[in-house]
Design a protein around this ligand. Structure first.
Ligand SMILES: Nc1nc2c(c(=O)[nH]1)N[C@H]1C(S)=C(S)[C@@H](COP(=O)(O)OP(=O)(O)OC[C@H]3O[C@@H](n4cnc5c(N)ncnc54)[C@H](O)[C@@H]3O)O[C@H]1N2
Ligand code: MOO
Length: 471
């Protein structure tokens, strides 16, 4: 390791290196959370036909103009239209058709009188509801007494009133949430072209690691990082594959990563990046020479006929920008705590981003939040890649020290501002140790102590990063 990098420099370097994934066509529900790459036009108007917004009677306005509760107007019921009905009875003077919510407006009808404004065909007072079709399968016939007038188009939803045919239903760049997926379904789209969710391979390293569910031998611990990081990748919108723990052996690790690259848009490892004798990730990835993991060397690529369309990294350039140059994994020291040792690079012929995170459980999780999550969001084509932050006043009994020159990320619980308060409060949970998984699990936010600050105390206003909750 040479110089120390700031958090912002490291993140900027990562974001410079990742490009949004190539668009693919996905079925609607598989596209949830993805970004649309092209405008979606509405082929047919929405709604596709004039229809009733109420269960009631389709009428001509003039026929019910004088209707009142004391002096109802009696109309002849000439038909019954359920939602989905294609053949529609026409309405002449003095006639009505019983219609259900969403049913097409019959020809000749100008408005719909809700059933509650009629006797429902019973000959009595105002009705609460219509008789269920199962109870009265003959449908609506006979007469209906209308107690109130309606205005033209009242209780009618106009054809194209929501969106006109040919209009843009959703613009390129829209993130598909439930409402957007509903709209696409409504206009008849079965598939959409979006940036896919990145496939993230997560593996942990360490010969001390044992899978949860297995008993611990002497010196062993359960592998928690690969679980936390897989869950974090999923929470970030990725499709995550947990490979599990790889023993501290450089050749094995290289082979496992090479094997996994086929299904990876990003690789996340944990552990083995510090200065110990068994820090295998660093050993396996920092000096790759001509192996496949190092990616194509730009000079070699030209000679070996790399497709110029696909740039040196093997990935297509996006929006005219040059593709990211291939670069092997670089290990660096960051001015942050936790998360000081970090590795990042592009590996394999396709220049897949690889994040080598430190092994301490809090360090790997905080590193994921700060560096991997933004990169995954960039791969998805999302514009906002980092979590929004808030300001909050610190609530703590004793002053808390922070290492000079390092940005510290304490774990805390955030309380939003109450009525009339400008900022909320944040209370530290547990200490600064990067092994404190118990307190991490009770926290819902990271408290950011700037590099130049060496002590914070109650009442200090700090930047806070709210994290995903469990709800
Ligand atoms: N002499 C120095 N020692 C250390 C330094 C240093 O600068 N000089 N840096 C420390 C810092 S900071 C960190 S962070 C760690 C990073 O170490 P590694 O990335 O090499 O991680 P490991 O040594 O493999 O593990 C560290 C710690 O975390 C536990 N661990 C690892 N993987 C998992 C897992 N999947 N699940 C649960 N726990 C895991 C591991 O058992 C160790 O206790 O280095 C410091 N040392
Ligand atoms: O990543 Mo280390 O936390 O700085 O213990």
């Amino acid at each position: 390791m040479s110089r120390t990098w700031s958090v912002d420099e490291h993140l900027a370097d990562i974001l410079r290196s990742v490009r949004p994934l190539d668009p693919i066509e996905l079925h609607l529900l598989d596209a949830q959370g993805c970004v649309l790459v092209e405008d979606v036009l509405v082929p047919t108007p929405l709604p596709p036909f004039d229809n009733s917004s109420m269960d009631g009677y389709a009428v001509r306005v003039a026929d019910v103009e004088k209707a009142s509760e004391n002096d109802p107007v009696t109309l002849e019921v000439v038909g019954d239209v359920a939602a989905g009905t294609g053949r529609l009875p026409g309405i002449g003077p003095g006639q009505a058709v019983r219609v259900m919510t969403g049913a097409p407006l019959p020809p000749g009808a100008e408005a719909v009188v809700p059933v509650e404004w009629t006797d429902g065909g019973t000959g009595g007072g105002p009705a609460d509801a219509m008789a269920a079709h199962s109870a009265d399968p003959s449908g609506a016939t006979g007469e209906v007494r209308v107690h109130r007038p309606v205005t033209a188009r009242q209780h009618v939803r106009d054809k194209g009133g929501d969106i006109r045919a040919g209009a843009v239903a959703l613009e390129a760049g829209t993130v598909l949430g439930p409402a957007q997926i509903g709209l696409l379904a409504a206009v008849g789209c079965e598939t959409v072209t979006v940036r896919p969710r990145p496939r993230v391979v997560v593996l942990s390293t360490g010969s001390e690691l044992v899978r949860p569910g297995s008993p611990l031998g002497p010196g062993q611990i359960h592998d928690s990082n690969s679980y936390a990081l897989t869950a974090a990748a999923r929470a970030a919108g990725a499709i995550a594959y947990r490979v599990g723990a790889v023993a501290d052996d450089a050749d094995t690790l290289r082979t496992v990563i090479e094997d996994q690259l086929v299904r990876a848009d990003a690789v996340v490892t944990s552990g083995g990046v510090s200065v110990g004798a068994y820090d295998v990730v660093k050993e396996a990835l920092s000096d790759l020479g001509g192996t496949i993991l190092g990616g194509a060397d730009p000079a070699e690529s030209e000679e070996s006929g790399t497709d110029p369309e696909h740039g040196e990294s093997g990935r297509p350039p996006e929006g005219g920008k040059p593709a990211a140059p291939a670069r092997s994994v670089e290990f660096r020291r960051l001015a942050m705590q936790p998360g000081k040792p970090q590795g990042f690079g592009l590996v394999g012929p396709d220049g897949i981003p690889l994040f080598a995170l430190p092994g301490n459980p809090v360090s790997s999780y905080v590193s994921f939040e700060l560096f991997v999550r933004p990169a995954l969001r960039a791969l998805m084509g999302l514009e906002t890649v980092s979590r929004p932050t808030v300001r909050a006043r610190l609530e703590c009994e004793e002053p808390i020290g922070s290492p000079a020159g390092k940005r510290q990320f304490l774990r805390g619980r955030y309380e939003p501002p109450g009525d009339g308060e400008r900022v909320g409060t944040v209370r530290p949970v547990g200490g600064a140790g990067s092994h404190l998984l118990g307190s991490l699990a009770r926290a819902d936010a990271l408290i950011v102590v700037p590099e130049q600050t060496t002590e914070v105390a109650r009442g200090d206003e700090l930047e806070v990063v709210p994290l995903d909750g469990t709800d």
